[in-house]
Ligand binder design. Sequence first.
Ligand SMILES: *Cc1c(COP(=O)(O)O)cnc(C)c1O
Length: 400
Amino acid sequence: MNDARPLLMIPGPIEISDTVADAAGIRPPSHVAPSFIEAFGEALEALREVWCAGPDSQPFVVAGGGTLAMEAAATNLLDPGERAVVVNTGYFGDRMLEMLRRRGVQTVDVSAPLGDAPSLDAVREALAAAPAKVLFATHVDTSTGVRVDAAALAALAREHGALSCFDGVCATAGETFLQADWGADVYLTASQKAVGLPAGLALWVASPAAMKARAGLHAPPSMSLDWSVWEPIQAAYEARSPSYFSTPATTLVWALRAGLREILDRADSPRAAMLQRFAEHDRAARAMRAAWAVLGLKPLPVRDDLQANTLSALWYPEGVDKGVLGRIKAHGAIVAGGLHPAAKTRYFRVGHMGEVTRRPSDLIRTVRAVAQGLADVGHAADVEAACDAAREVLSEADAG
Ligand SMILES: *Cc1c(COP(=O)(O)O)cnc(C)c1O
C-alpha cells in the first residue's frame, strides 16, 4: 500500500482489496462470454451465502446503486393503496418513505429523535393498529450511525403477517444478518459499502414470499425495476446460460464474484466465514469506539446497543467544525461530514467496513489521523493514548 495515498474511510465507497481491484481492472468481457456467464452464476450463488439466505431465495445483481434497490423493493412489494410501516432512523428512512408515497402506498412513519431508534413496542403498536403488508427498516442508517435490531423486527413482522424488507446498504456483509434464520424477506445493498466493491451494482435477495408479493401485484412496477423482468435473467445466468434484458455491468459482476469468493473462502464453510466477518467488524468497531472515547468524541447514537459496527457518527467537540476534515485528510484518512439535515454541520462520520477491519494498521492510521487533525484545530487530543486504546482491542485473540 502506498502510504502517500490517504485511506478512504467514509461510509462508502470504501477501500477495496487487491483481489477485487485486480478483478475490476480486467478488459470488459462480453455479457455472453462463457467465462462471464460462469462468473455471473457463481456470483449469484455466493450472494445467497453472504446473505445467509435460504436455497429457495432469489438473488439479484442489477447495474445501479442502493437507491435503485430500495425503489425496486418499494414498487415490487406493494400496490398503490396498500399499507406499509417504516421504522425510520434517519435520512434513508425518509427516502424510503418518499419512494413509497410516490408509489401511492399508505405509509406509517415510526420514527424516533435523532440518534435513537423507535422501540419494538412502538413498532408492534403500528403493526397492530391496522394490517400492514410490509415492514421496512434501515439496518444501519448511514446518516446517524444507528443500527436497528433487525432480527427482532423481522420476527415482529412475521407475527403480524407482514413481509419485512431491510435496507442493508451500510450493513450487508458487515453487520450480522441471517436472512433465512430470521425469516427476513428482502435484504438489499449496493456494491460500494460493506460488501467491498467499487460503486455500480444494486444487490438484493428476496424470499419466496417476497417474490409472491410481486407476482400478485395489480399495478406492475416500471419495467427496468420490475423483479419479474429481472428474475428470469438471474435464473438463466445461475443455470449458466446467457439471457438479455439490459446489458449487465460485466466488469463489476466479474469483480463481485472475486469479492464474494474472497469473503467466503476464509473459513471452512460459508456460514463460518460470515460469522467470522461479522466478528471482525464488531472488533474493529469496538477498537474505534475505544479510541473515540479517549479523544472525548461522543457518538450520535444515544445508547451503546444502537451503535453500528460499520461506521462511527461523532459530534464535533466544542469549537471544532468541518474544517477539521481537511486536516484529518492531510494526516492520511478521508472521513465524511454529516448527512442528516437536522445536524449536518455538527458531526462527522468515519467508515470502518470491509477489508480495513482485517488490517489493524489501517485502523490505527485512521485513529491517528483523526486525533492529529483534532489536535491541529486546537482540540486537546492524546494521539498515542487513542492509538493504544484501539490497539488493545485489536490485539484480542482472533475474533473468528
Ligand atoms: C448509501 C446508502 C443508500 C444509497 O445507496 P446509493 O448507492 O448511494 O444509491 C441507501 N441506504 C443506505 C442505508 C445507505 O447507506
